[in-house]
Design a protein around this ligand. Structure first.
Ligand code: GUN
Ligand code: FE
Length: 419
């Protein structure tokens, strides 16, 4: 890959709360990696072609750090039950359809295209328990231009009749999947669904595998109060839910735990001390009546927070909508805490939805020199005509709340133009 230069109004958030704007600036990438941001193009790039996006906004693309690809067919449906009943009534049935490889191919191709169209280029996704469908998902993500991690789900108990595997099957299929999962941009992540659906034997196997092969791990933690009570029954030796993962080596700096809505001070401290990533899924937390996560507290305490759509608990695949949902959830938390907890600003929530996940992918944050180029170009000309000329910052904030895929003119992932 050679030199690539984009010109436009550059907006990025290198750290939480920091919003940097470079009007009519240049992003130079060399071999897919950012070589620098410039207001005047340096002499050495004089001969290189420039893609001029005019007055459009150029910002980092989104990272969806928690989502369930096989729940895409039920997006926007079945929102009348809390978590455990919702899983048994709708979710496991829907996921069971991915035993069919043709259905998986068609669904995952459409999902991958839709994610890119909406400006998501990095992902940490759950598949279903099916090995073949998981490989199909990885292939379709790869082909569409996504970067990130996909996990074959492990679930060998409490999973109903339609979607379950024996402990032996789960182990064997996981090993076979790892042998076959060879893609350039999409890598495997071990995925015990959550403590209630995994036997101790399976958890021990996965923890050992994660250590032996240096694999990341994703799961769910403290999403719902009935779930927490159930974990306490299943693991009476664990004072807190997180210990049911930690005792098997599934709770470290390469672990993404979704939700953490009801994580108390002790659990939050454990996440911080172990470097665990929290995938905050605000839209899902309201839909499944789970609660409002203490995101501001977690950030203040030094816990690493990122965002997830959690489709189809969440009904929004477009991550700018999830960013807006995170802002709204934080305001509800502020109301609930008698105006003690601060809410998230647009810049803070945007950071969580874009480059906060950087370190999980070996990147830094914002459009940092040396990082792979992950960017979207937003043409906001079709959004409501304002009463006066807006600043770039105002246009950026409005785009976060209002833009749809129709306003995203171009998408770059890992240095390649993919839309
Ligand atoms: N906990 C275990 N499985 C799931 C799932 O599919 N979605 C959500 N939101 N929580 C879960
Ligand atoms: Fe989830």
């Amino acid at each position: 890959m050679t030199i690539q230069i984009l010109k436009g109004n550059i907006v990025h958030a290198p750290s939480a709360g920091e919003l940097k704007i470079l009007e009519n600036g240049f992003i130079v990438s060399d071999g897919g990696k950012i070589a620098g941001l410039f207001d005047v193009l340096p002499e050495k790039y004089a001969g290189a072609p420039v893609v001029d996006y005019g007055d459009a906004l150029i910002m980092p693309s989104f990272a969806d750090m928690h989502m369930h690809a096989p729940q895409y067919p039920m997006l926007g449906m079945g929102m009348d039950l809390p978590l455990l009943e919702w899983l048994n009534t709708y979710t496991f049935n829907t996921e069971s359809a991915f035993a069919d490889k043709d259905f998986a191919r068609e669904t995952y191709r459409a999902l991958a295209r839709e994610m890119i169209a909406c400006g998501t280029t990095r992902v940490c996704a759950f598949s279903s328990l099916h090995r073949e469908a998981t490989l199909i998902l990885m292939e379709e993500f790869e082909k569409a231009g996504l970067t990130g991690f996909v996990g074959k789900v492990n679930m060998d108990r409490n999973s109903g009749d339609v979607l379950t595997e024996t402990t032996e099957e789960s182990m064997r299929e996981t090993l076979a999947w790892l042998d076959q999962a060879r893609f350039d941009h999409i890598k495997p992540v071990l995925t015990p669904r959550f403590t209630p659906t995994c036997t101790n034997e399976l958890m021990a196997f996965l923890g050992k595998l994660a250590a032996e092969r240096n694999l990341p791990v994703q799961s769910h933690l403290s999403e719902n109060t009935s779930e927490i009570a159930w974990v306490r029954e299943l693991h009476p030796d664990c004072a807190r839910y997180w210990e049911s993962y930690a005792k098997y080596g599934l709770f470290n700096s390469r672990t993404v735990m979704a939700h953490c809505v009801h994580s108390d001070e002790t659990e939050r401290k454990a996440m911080r001390d172990n470097g665990v990533w929290v995938a905050h899924c605000p839209d899902s937390n309201v839909n499944l009546i789970s609660g409002t996560a203490p995101v501001r507290k977690m950030m203040n305490e030094g816990v690493k927070v990122v965002l997830g759509s959690d489709i189809a608990g969440g009904a929004q695949l477009a991550m700018n909508r999830v960013v807006a949902a995170a802002i709204r959830a934080s305001k509800i938390k502020r109301i609930e805490t008698n105006w003690t907890d601060d809410f998230l600003t647009v810049a803070e929530a945007f950071y969580l939805g874009t480059t906060a996940a950087g370190a999980f992918f070996g990147a830094t944050g914002g459009f940092a020199t040396g990082d792979k180029l992950h960017a979207i170009v937003v043409d906001d000309a079709d959004l409501p005509a304002p009463v006066r000329k807006l600043t770039v910052k105002e246009r950026f904030e409005r785009a976060i709340y209002l833009m749809t895929k129709a306003d995203i003119a171009a998408v770059y992932s890992d240095g390649r133009r993919v839309k």
